[in-house]
Design a protein around this ligand. Sequence first.
Ligand SMILES: NC(=O)c1ccc[n+]([C@@H]2O[C@H](COP(=O)([O-])OP(=O)(O)OC[C@H]3O[C@@H](n4cnc5c(N)ncnc54)[C@H](OP(=O)(O)O)[C@@H]3O)[C@@H](O)[C@H]2O)c1
Length: 236
Amino acid sequence: MEKKIAVVTGAGAGIGQSIAVELARRGYCVYAAARSKQRLQKTLALCEGCDVQPLVFDTSNEAEVKQVLDGLARIDCLVNNAGVSIPKKTQFDEVDWDLILGTNVKGYFFVIKHALKKMGRGSSIVNLSSGAAKTGGDFVSLPYAASKGAINTMTVCYARDLAGEGIRVNAVSPGFVDTAMLALNGKEKSYYDTVIPMGRLGIPRDIANAVAFLLSEEASFITGQILEVNGGDIMG
Ligand SMILES: NC(=O)c1ccc[n+]([C@@H]2O[C@H](COP(=O)([O-])OP(=O)(O)OC[C@H]3O[C@@H](n4cnc5c(N)ncnc54)[C@H](OP(=O)(O)O)[C@@H]3O)[C@@H](O)[C@H]2O)c1
């Protein structure tokens, strides 16, 4: 059987790196994307022996996204993961909104727009959202939570538009996961073990496994869904 081709953004660190590694180990041909090739060194090392190629673009720059994705022959799976956050505060200015929406909303849109030219029946998109979209988040900033709400809506809009073309679109919505982004919350890691119902902080692989499931044939009748992966932090 022909290998499935997956593009993973933000693959140089954290959750995106784990998704790239997981898909590579499951036999995908993975295009691991980051803002610089240097940021991909560890990912490429972790994927040694697998079929992984680096891609370099800034997801918030449409010209770069177009140039790189136009160069690919086919995309079966797209994982929109690259995201930014800023610490919680009481006042926000336009610079904050432009940074967050530019990457977390427009960036997702740019990547989907240009990836879709290479996607056909049976292909699939997974967007990384956040539980903060539903709850507002205890520690995250207002623009970040709002951007993740937009991602949930975008996921459903695209799922509806693309269902007839046989392209599935879902989101994985992580709770607290041990990455560099989590440090912006300003809490000790041990804190999360006390508040998450399942008694531990999430690890990137918890999220990667959920993404891999939604991209797989086992999920072939699932579209327009937001899958919460959080050890019970948000239920229902
Ligand atoms: N960790 C959590 O607790 C948590 C919870 C809920 C949702 N999430 C979501 O999960 C996703 C991954 O987060 P993470 O925790 O793994 O964060 P992370 O460790 O900070 O990694 C984010 C990645 O995105 C990349 N990135 C940021 N802006 C980019 C841009 N404009 N173009 C290309 N790449 C860009 C970063 O690249 P650079 O190295 O170049 O900065 C980095 O590799 C995000 O969408 C985040 O919102 C995380």
